[in-house]
Write a protein that binds this ligand. Structure first.
Ligand SMILES: Cc1cc2nc3c(=O)[nH]c(=O)nc-3n(C[C@H](O)[C@H](O)[C@H](O)COP(=O)(O)OP(=O)(O)OC[C@H]3O[C@@H](n4cnc5c(N)ncnc54)[C@H](O)[C@@H]3O)c2cc1C
Length: 476
């Protein structure tokens, strides 16, 4: 293999992809870094659009210093020609070619992307190795009124603020479960919104049970306490072991009803109270982006929420394909950085045909072990209420693209014998629309009482037929 063959395609320029691309480039690998966003940074280091002229974007972030270092290293590698950075590239497929005589059994890849906001023009990049650093997305479970305008996901509210410098509303209820809710509430409050209520469904007792794991991660505890203190300073009203039962409004959300949960996760009758608001920012955790890995045939662990399986070097089960960050399980930006660094060292060594040195990855591997344990504990403590589907009335729309109500899903199970998500989809059209189940699958599966499992989509994005009809060299 010659030096020019040592090319790596990194898909995703968030913390994981950036750390991997920079580490590999430091080691002499030529990297093509592709991302669907206009600017690098991913979800955590999301930047305001350039045209907005933000003078102090750092006020919306923590760990800004880490971002500046990543940004400067990226700029230096781009200037030196070691990294080619392609923004606005939506990767819909990674194709693997087996060519005899190539390194490691002939792994060679073509990364297929669609350009720009229109996503109709194709582009292809070839590489000897691929790193999937596509991150995660939010899980939102349905409840009556969740389709009203003014109901947004917690991360969506965060993205509006960090990327567009706009507030989703003035009086906000932040609700659901999981660690993302805290920075979202604090960010909105600091930007001028009134947090009418912060509603977390987890039981404090479940968090206390994980105390030894939390104690081993003092930085995370300090971060959480800091957010809580800032929220209280902004007069946010924090309510635990409660859930939003319904969002009310004619043309947009005007109020929400919240209720207390008992020890089993059922609503306590009579505990309902109505809170006026113009926005509900809601989230029930995160899901890993596994589409590209699935279509490449990488092993996926689907015993719970699906994620890409990797080894100690962040290698997937497919030769020449690595994965890092939230695609391999939800765990935050610091874990994503550590996994990306480990992957970068591994890729640089493996492309040279040698074993990666243990010493290089010792420090990030320690961080990885500690944080994976921490986030497993968070995951257990912040699971959605066990009986959340009991709040979903038959007329609640569970699949927004195809407007399928929960009653139709229940009928498919009860009267028509559906026992899996695919049969529910065929009988009701739930998951058959534009999002192809990306948003609704956990909700539909919950209402149907079956596992969500890996989606097994052929493509990671909707692709125009004209692109599919083109010859491999770009001719149609
Ligand atoms: C909406 C949202 C808001 C969040 N807000 C916070 C927060 O406030 N505080 C906090 O601590 N954590 C937050 N998180 C979690 C945090 O962002 C992650 O822990 C961290 O960013 C994970 O890094 P990553 O590199 O694995 O993925 P990401 O940062 O998600 O980066 C993945 C990148 O891959 C790109 N991508 C994905 N699929 C494709 C594709 N097919 N083609 C091309 N590019 C693709 C995306 O555009 C993105 O830039 C948030 C997560 C989400 C989803």
């Amino acid at each position: 293999m010659t030096a020019s063959d040592r090319t790596l395609a990194v898909i995703g320029a968030g913390p994981a992809g950036l750390a991997a691309a920079l580490t590999a480039a430091d080691q002499g690998v030529r990297v093509t870094l592709l991302d669907s966003a206009a600017q690098a940074g991913g979800q955590f280091y999301r930047q305001p659009a350039v045209g907005l002229g933000a003078r102090r974007p750092e006020v919306l972030h923590h760990a800004w210093g880490t971002w500046l270092k990543l940004r400067d290293r990226l700029a230096a590698h781009i200037a030196a020609g070691r990294i080619t950075y392609l923004s606005d590239r939506h990767v819909w497929l990674v194709e693997q070619h087996l060519e005899p005589g190539e390194v490691r059994g002939g792994a060679g890849f073509t990364v297929h992307a669609l350009l720009g906001p229109e996503q109709v023009e194709p582009e292809a990049v070839t590489a000897a190795a691929v790193l999937l650093a596509t991150g995660g997305y939010e899980k939102v479970l349905p409840f009556p009124g969740w389709t009203l305008p003014g109901v947004v996901t917690a991360g969506g509210a965060q993205a509006m603020l960090k990327g567009g410098l706009v507030l989703p509303g003035r009086t906000v209820v932040v609700a659901g479960t999981g660690p993302l809710l805290m920075p979202v509430a604090v960010g909105l409050a600091a930007a001028g919104a009134r947090i009418a209520a912060y509603v977390e469904s987890a039981r404090p007792a479940s968090l206390v049970r994980q105390a030894p794991t939390f104690a081993a991660n003092p930085a995370k505890v300090v971060e959480a306490v800091g957010y809580a203190a800032r929220l209280i300073r902004h007069r946010g009203r924090v309510t635990v072991r409660h859930a939003v039962v319904e969002a009310h409004g004619a043309d947009r959300v005007e109020a929400v009803t919240v209720a207390a949960l008992d020890a089993d996760g059922r609503l306590r009758p009579g505990s309902e109270r109505r809170i006026a608001c113009d926005t509900l920012a809601v989230g029930h955790g995160m899901l890993a982006h596994t589409d590209l890995a699935e279509s490449l045939g990488c092993a996926i662990d689907a015993t719970g929420d699906p994620f890409v399986v990797t080894d100690a070097e962040q290698r997937t089960s497919v030769d020449g394909v690595w994965a890092a960050g939230e695609a391999t399980g939800i765990g935050g930006a610091v874990l994503a950085l550590a996994e990306g660094e480990i992957a970068g060292y591994s890729i640089a060594a493996r492309l040279r045909g040698v074993e990666p040195g243990e010493a290089d990855r010792a420090a990030p591997a320690r961080t990885r072990a500690r944080l994976r344990k921490f986030f497993a504990a968070i995951d257990t403590a912040c699971a959605p209420p066990a009986h959340w589907t009991e709040q979903v009335t038959d007329d609640t729309v569970v699949c927004r693209c195809e407007e399928v109500p929960a009653g139709a899903v229940r009928e498919a199970v009860r009267d028509l014998g559906a026992t899996d998500l695919r049969t529910v989809k065929l009988l009701t059209r739930a998951g058959m629309g534009w999002c192809q189940g990306r948003i609704c699958a956990p909700g539909v599966a919950g209402v149907a009482g079956c596992a969500a499992g890996p989606a097994k989509r052929t493509f990671a994005r909707p692709v125009p037929l004209a692109v599919l009809a083109q010859e491999p060299d770009g001719r149609s």
